[in-house]
Ligand binder design. Structure first.
Ligand code: NAD
Length: 332
């Protein structure tokens, strides 16, 4: 099975290498087709995303990527946004789950954020009115709201999740967020067995901190989803632990929530756990579920020993020592 691999920038190449070694040790059938995008490619080819990459993703239908830095001032909002747009990857799914061996203020957090990935303020429709005034247009449509909200409900039904919380600021943005909420109310009627809750985004942020266990699935717009998933990462131990996937009709690009972590890039300090858990989401979807299960259990096990904790978790393990600990454990 061929999968496109985009190693990305910053810590991307290091954590992707760790993932490759570990999947090989697990005996995964995946054959990686490596094609990069980003600043390093621009220097050589004058393009941030080579055509070859688009073709590879179209052919393989599955890609996994490390983080890519966003170039400033090249007529591009972001390479990540561009890839999501090109393949209409409208669902950004981010599971926020406690790892029992990582102690935080909260136990047993288990929520999934479904973030709309194609519209909202991220469409980049901005206008400079004068040196002292700029505008940004927020776009919310019925069709795109319906498909992400339906995806969240379908997921809940399939995986027996009990509750969906729709998050908006519909009391203030009555037309845009009001439409997203109205669609949510309509769609929820087709899923009577699933509890449906409406919350405002500010209240959601507070409740996630006070009692994250009350959340099951959150469905929300692009910007709120982006912010709430970083908040969620903070609840369970940080960005180094949270996986994610961007999905469209028949193409998926798997990527962790975190960015290129330029402050620690190339220093063998990054935590590859988020990347590994991201690869587990991919393994689940390509029918290598047993390997995903084994890898999740191995991560839990290896993290029980504090000597394997990387710096972001308060430890002093290097990325390569952590990788070796996982590989050794798989072999036991
Ligand atoms: P970031 O996620 O890169 O870093 C935030 C903090 O978390 C840093 O202190 C970093 O060291 C730490 N961190 C993140 N991931 C870590 C890991 N795996 N292990 C250990 N520590 C980790 O966010 P940022 O600094 O806002 O962004 C840096 C660059 O990454 C920017 O160019 C941004 O555009 C890009 N970015 C890319 C993506 C993506 O490709 N999907 C997502 C977010 C940001």
């Amino acid at each position: 099975m061929k999968v496109t691999l985009i190693k990305g920038d910053g810590i991307g190449p290091e954590i992707c290498e760790s993932m490759k070694q570990i999947l090989k040790r697990l005996g995964s059938k995946i054959e990686f087709e490596e094609i990069n995008a980003g600043a390093s490619v621009f220097e050589k080819e004058g393009k941030f995303i080579p055509d070859e990459l688009f073709e590879s993703i179209k052919r393989n239908k599955i890609a996994i990527k490390g983080p890519i830095t966003t170039p400033i001032g090249h007529g591009f909002r972001s390479i990540n946004v561009e890839l999501r747009k090109k393949f209409d990857l409208y669902q950004n799914i981010r599971p926020i789950k406690s790892i029992s061996s990582i102690k935080t203020k909260y136990d047993n957090v288990d929520m999934i954020i479904f973030r709309e990935n194609t519209e909202d303020l991220y469409m980049g429709i901005e206008e400079k009115i004068s040196d002292d005034e700029s505008h940004s247009i927020k776009v919310i449509t019925r069709k795109k709201s319906q498909r992400i909200i339906k995806a969240a409900f379908e997921y809940a039904r399939k995986f027996n999740r009990k509750k969906i919380t729709i998050v908006t600021k519909a009391n203030i943005m009555k037309l845009t967020d009001g439409l997203f909420l109205e669609v949510g109310r309509e769609v929820s009627k087709d899923y009577p067995e699933i509890e449906f809750e409406e919350l405002l985004v500010d209240n959601t942020a507070m409740q996630m901190v006070i009692n994250p266990n009350k959340f099951d699935i959150i469905v929300t717009e692009n910007l709120y989803g982006d912010i709430l998933s970083d908040l969620g990462a903070g609840l369970v131990g940080g960005l180094g632990l949270i996986p994610g996937v961007n999905k469209g009709k028949d193409i998926a690009i798997y990527e962790s929530v975190h960015g290129a972590a330029l402050d620690i890039a190339g220093e063998d300090l990054a935590n590859p756990t988020a990347m590994l858990l991201t690869s587990c989401l991919m393994l689940d979807d390509i029918e290598e579920k047993e390997k995903a299960k084994k890898l999740r259990e191995t991560i839990e096990d290896v993290l029980k020993d504090k000597k394997n904790h990387t710096k972001d978790l308060g430890g002093s393990s290097s990325l390569s020592d952590f990788t070796k600990a996982i590989i050794d454990k798989i072999g036991e």
